[in-house]
Write a protein that binds this ligand. Structure first.
Ligand code: T5A
Ligand code: NA
Length: 197
């Protein structure tokens, strides 16, 4: 899932994980980026909580390195047949850094070579909806101007090229959104199966 702040991606990605576990989908693993528990993630967490200042370019590279820290284990899990549900990925990395004015293709370059998801769900909400949700405004980037620019960057066709991208209206009821994502996941899984057979 790729998204704006407070759009409900943790809610939805965890609901999807719980559902797939319940119906016996095989091994399912939930993960999120930034992963604030690693050494690099600790620096990112400090930066997001405004306790550390870093140049935009440096923090962009840290977000990407935080994904590369996990890349080997993601590939191993996928090879073992595990389904991975991820709360934010490289698409957020590009959209947020490009929103700060960094060159778009420069932003894409450090993530080249990472495992590519089978499906991407972009939960879109307008500023007013995001700002009305719990704790909005606590972290860096959680302000109306930044979110509006991030929203623009997520429309860039360069982000959506060659991937299975789904726009999902995140302003609706949680269950309605969940049902829509689930239907798309099932369709995606079926098409992957038919391509492999
Ligand atoms: N970032 C991230 C980069 O700059 N570069 C990168 O490479 C990456 C990976 C932190 C920041 O890092 C930036 C982007 C971010 O600014 P984060 O930790 O994912 O990234 O932080 P947030 O986006 O702020 O994540 P949140 O956890 O705050 O928001 P979620 O996951 O979108 O929302 P969620 O599910 O926790 O829901 C928030 C609240 O809304 C309610 C929930 O109950 C909760 O209270 N809610 C709903 N209410 C009504 N209707 C619905 N449909 C709702 N869905 C959820
Ligand atoms: Na979240």
């Amino acid at each position: 899932m790729s998204c704006l702040d407070r759009s409900g991606k943790s809610t939805q990605s965890k609901k999807l994980e719980a559902h797939l576990q319940k119906v016996g989908y095989g091994k399912v693993k939930w993960m999120c980026f930034p992963n604030r528990k690693t050494a690099i993630g600790t620096a990112i967490d400090l930066y997001l909580r405004r306790q550390l200042e870093l140049p935009d370019e440096a923090v962009h590279r840290l977000f990407s390195a935080n994904r590369w820290e996990m890349a080997k284990s993601i590939v191993e899990d996928l090879k073992a047949g595990t389904t991975i549900i991820c709360d934010r990925y490289a698409f957020s990395g590009v959209a947020y850094s490009a929103a700060k004015g960094l060159d778009f293709t420069w932003c894409q370059s450090p993530d080249r070579g990472l495992p590519c998801p089978d499906g991407i769900f972009f939960l879109y909400i307008d500023e007013k909806v995001g700002a009305s949700r719990a704790n909005f405004g606590d972290e860096r980037y959680e302000n109306a101007e930044m979110q509006a620019e991030v929203r623009n960057q997520f429309k860039d066709p360069r982000l959506r090229a060659h991937v299975n991208w789904h726009d999902v209206d995140g302003a609706r009821d949680k269950e309605v959104i969940h049902a829509e994502i689930l239907a798309a996941v099932q369709k995606c899984k079926a098409s992957l199966r038919s391509r492999r057979s």
